[in-house]
Design a protein around this ligand. Structure first.
Ligand code: AMP
Length: 292
């Protein structure tokens, strides 16, 4: 039976009791409205740890747009059923007040991270978003304590930031898991629920654009501007509003597009379809997709 706790303070005590009996903890932070992408992280945690806990908290601090926060899908009851079936041992929730009892509206007192990790792409398009992620991730890590924490590669910039936070924290081992996709290639996302059937079909263009860049990369293309152009051409369709379609060196994050790429590249896209903001990314040269 999955234990449900209402505050981070209760969750913290629960996790400590598990550690006191020698159990390893796997932890999956989420904002709920769970799908197979989230569950892949939970299943991996279950397979690698004695105990798995999941948090469900829609963090207002990381929403730069109040309407997006308002319309973010919520489905607590079905989430709990899915988590129980996936073998999750404990789920906890909280509120801004219980996560930040000392400083509800302030992001002060947090650990410094490498400044570039809070810059570029998502930081430019969603001012304050990464700072909001950083604030809550610090609290989530402090709540659970020593654990392996599972994150999806789908939120690529988030993974860079949380790895940096975890390095400074010292007790958290971050595990980055592959993006789970629909058969169309569309990355699973809680926001997909808000797309019409036609928009869902159009949204698969994001993945097709990433595959286009991947094919070119495999054929030796290393010019960042040409890789970007290929993606932009693929996304040039009525109904798709591109925020960015670009490449970065994942091992050396830069605010702007690098002038050249060597051994590794991450293609990243953000676009609006039907008023819904979607993001996706792909490590070039690493996906199992065909070149056709
Ligand atoms: P969220 O509820 O959107 O905050 O996501 C919680 C965690 O699930 C984050 O680490 C996400 O990167 C991860 N996640 C979301 N979608 C997917 C997906 N399609 N595949 C793998 N992980 C995902």
């Amino acid at each position: 039976m999955t234990t449900l706790l209402d505050t981070p303070q209760q969750a913290s005590r629960w996790c400590q009791r598990q550690r006191d009996t020698g159990k390893s903890i796997g932890y999956v932070p989420t904002m709920g409205a769970l799908h197979d992408g989230h569950l892949s992280l939970v299943r991996r945690s279950v397979s690698e740890n004695d105990i798995t806990c999941v948090s469900i908290f829609i963090n207002p601090l990381q929403f730069n747009n109040p309407e997006d926060l308002e319309s973010y899908p919520r489905s607590m009851e079905s989430d709990l059923v899915m988590l129980q079936e996936a073998g999750c041992d404990m789920v906890y929730t909280g509120s801004l007040e219980t996560f930040f009892p000392d400083q509800t509206s302030s992001l002060e007192n947090s650990v410094p991270v490498e400044p570039v990790k809070l810059r570029g792409l998502e930081a430019d398009c969603r001012p304050g978003h990464l700072e909001g992620v950083k604030a809550i991730v610090e609290r989530l890590f402090a709540t659970v304590g020593q654990c392996s924490a599972y994150f999806g590669e789908k939120d690529f910039q988030q993974t860079l930031l949380v790895k940096d936070i975890a390095n400074r924290h010292g007790e958290i081992d971050v595990v980055v898991c592959p993006t789970v996709r629909e058969t169309s290639g569309l990355a699973m996302s809680s926001r997909n629920q808000r797309l019409s059937t036609a928009a869902l079909e159009l949204a698969s263009c994001l993945y097709q654009a990433l595959v286009e860049a991947d094919n070119a990369w495999r054929q030796g293309e290393r010019n960042p501007l040409r890789l970007e152009q290929l993606m932009q051409d693929k996304l040039d369709r009525p109904g798709i509003e591109i925020e960015y379609a670009t490449v970065r060196d994942p091992l050396n994050w830069t605010i702007d597009t690098p002038t050249h790429l060597n051994d590794s590249a991450q293609a990243l896209i953000a676009a609006y379809i039907d008023g819904v903001r979607l993001i996706d990314n792909l490590a070039l040269g690493s996906c199992g997709c065909s070149e056709s």
